[in-house]
Design a protein around this ligand. Sequence first.
Ligand SMILES: NC(=O)c1ccc[n+]([C@@H]2O[C@H](COP(=O)([O-])OP(=O)(O)OC[C@H]3O[C@@H](n4cnc5c(N)ncnc54)[C@H](O)[C@@H]3O)[C@@H](O)[C@H]2O)c1
Length: 472
Amino acid sequence: MSHPETRKSGAAALSRRDFFKVTGAVGASLVLAPTVLGEAAKAASKTVNVAFIGVGTQGRVLLTNALKIPDLRFVAVTDIWPYHLGYAVRLLKKYNHAANGYEDYREMLEKEKELDAVMVASPDWVHAEHAIAGMKAGRHVYCEKEMSNSLEKAKQMVLTSKETKKLLQIGHQRRSNPRYQAAFDLVAKKKCCGKLTFVSAQWNRAKRLDVGWPKDQELDPAALKKYGYDTMQRFRNWRWYKQYSGGPIADLGSHQIDIFNWFLGASPKAVMASGGLDYYEGIEWYDNINALYEWDVSGEGGKKRPVRGFYQVLSTTSHGGYAETFMGDEGSIIISENAGTGGIRREQEAPEADWEKELQKAMAKPAAAPAAPAEPGKEAPKTDEKKDDEGDIKVGHSIPAPGRYYPPINVPNFTKSEHLPHIENFFAAIREGAALTCPGEVGYDTAVTVLKVNEAVAAAKRLDYTPEEFKA
Ligand SMILES: NC(=O)c1ccc[n+]([C@@H]2O[C@H](COP(=O)([O-])OP(=O)(O)OC[C@H]3O[C@@H](n4cnc5c(N)ncnc54)[C@H](O)[C@@H]3O)[C@@H](O)[C@H]2O)c1
């Protein structure tokens, strides 16, 4: 199979060894190109020099978003796969960034003397190696989630950040998303759900297993072995194997379970879980996983009270998509990284809060409860229309909960991608000392919360967390 990028670039014609020679040489000569010198002179005091390690799917997302931030100079790209490396180097060149291409991150860290920051989007199992080396070399690090598939390694990342006094931002980007920050304000401060009693979230995706690769771009077995991959299939589908990943609960769940902890202001006290490899064959991680969490949150007068929660990943159906739900005695809220999903429902009996009145002013009036679905062959009844023989409960209809309905949370004039604010926060921390929204300690807390789910599946019982476990 020929990949469109390969056809455009003609990179297929280069052997792996030739590729590193060529990009190295091209990069070195372009460092002196006038456009780059011009850029550097313009922003000498503010310019931050940046390198990437791992430029696959998410590495490109980081790169294309970071390109929108002023006064960043992209000096290097590292990837063990020439196919991805070449794409990233060429892309940066289009935007007048003369990045040197490297296969080995150690060589990159040694040679790029002016480097300020490293953005890591390699597979989870090598995050610690890459992030720790970056910080020890004196660079600030933005590292993708899941922080690591090993808690010991994740802890080392936090400790290295403290020792070296280098910033470590973990890629749970919802933490910097203004829509999520507005939702946090509504849930945790304005109490739009009243007293929280339950949380739930899911990330369900339709059948898709093998991400594939262009057959003319295969790494040879020796190159794969050098970096710990036995086959091209495992290299490309690393997230399904235990050596490389914490499985779907870490890959997808970590984003949303992080939101539970953030909004509840607590780490969980116990979890039980059920999961399995029920559908696919030839991989290692569970293709479905369901977890039940328990938290103790601060209630009135500082008294602790329980909140329970459910989390699910299904890899065979996209039913329900991805969203996080918070429920309480006065209402519920659904928030998703997909801006069109979600909304708030206030219980009919809940008093109209000030924030709610403001919301009503902005809208004509709150929406009525959505209509109940029709019975097959019949029209759906209007929600306020009750026939004499219907009584209060109509068997056969799923009656939408009564209450006042508000649309998905949106922030005026927020049109950025969901990744950009988090990357901006990292560079604002470097330049202006802004507080990181997801420093290593927060990422570690989430890693502890998430990775125990896999233990709970294996143990087939409820497992308790201890407060010490969350200390990095
Ligand atoms: N924040 C988000 O929303 C989000 C979304 C997707 C992925 N991610 C995270 O981003 C990371 C990368 O995921 P992806 O989907 O881009 O995977 P990917 O397989 O598409 O990309 C990984 C890249 O790393 C390279 N690589 C592998 N081993 C390496 C090594 N030892 N040194 C240097 N490069 C190496 C690969 O060649 C590839 O280009 C993961 O940690 C993943 O969890 C985050």
